[in-house]
Design a protein around this ligand. Sequence first.
Ligand code: ATP
Length: 253
Amino acid sequence: MDKKKIVEIKGLVKNYGTRGFQTRVLKGIDLTIYENDFIAIMGPSGSGKTTLLNILSTIDKPTQGMVLLDGKDITKMKNKELSQLRRDKIGFIFQDYNLLDTMTLQDNIALPLSLNGVSSKTCIAKSETLATIFGLKEHLKKYPYQLSGGQKQRGATCRALISEPEILFADEPTGALDSKSSRDLLERLKMVNDEGKATILMVTHDAYSASYAKDVYILNDGMMKCCLTRGNSRKELYDRIIDMQVAMGSDFV
Ligand SMILES: Nc1ncnc2c1ncn2[C@@H]1O[C@H](COP(=O)(O)OP(=O)(O)OP(=O)(O)O)[C@@H](O)[C@H]1O
């Protein structure tokens, strides 16, 4: 059976600036993301990674091109439709967690459900299930200031997954974490993906983080340059990413 297309991008162009002084940041991107993919997008600073993620996650609008999410063109949607799409179909994790300081971890995780009027019994059950997967069960009653960076990011990931979104967008999710906390988060993301519970698109500078993905796309100068696909092992993919970075030269950070 054909795999379900979650996101389809065709001829995506993004210009910034005013007429006459425009910079073309994305120069015609084509990309299809299928159900249960785990894609990492890497590229030098300024290559357009965040711009692409912002368009996919509906924060920004493209200049030209088509972005279908679940078969619907998000570039043509009105604000009301977009906010519903963000609520129901998209999960986000950012580098800086964005947990609410005045709520416990459990309330933070359950927030997307409680805002949608889901019963507190279901909120508790679902947040406990995810907290167990992400190693946070004993921390649910704590407030964000009582948690480590790694625990906060795993909590933010639970919150992003609790509404069972079609796709999880992650913008440098390990950017503020030490290596052990990064590994802990990445192992768990890989686990939920391996179990068929999440489709993930992650933007990262970090070859180690990218090596947890199934496919690694390289964005350079506003264009998709190549794709590396995981073969036998994560380590082997990591080595190929490093080789590719060396081949692309010193501006690839
Ligand atoms: N709102 C904006 N107005 C004008 N130019 C912008 C805007 N946002 C981004 N740019 C420019 O677009 C280019 C791509 O930026 P973007 O943030 O997408 O790159 P990136 O690959 O995510 O970089 P980094 O890895 O450093 O975060 C840069 O040259 C940037 O200066």
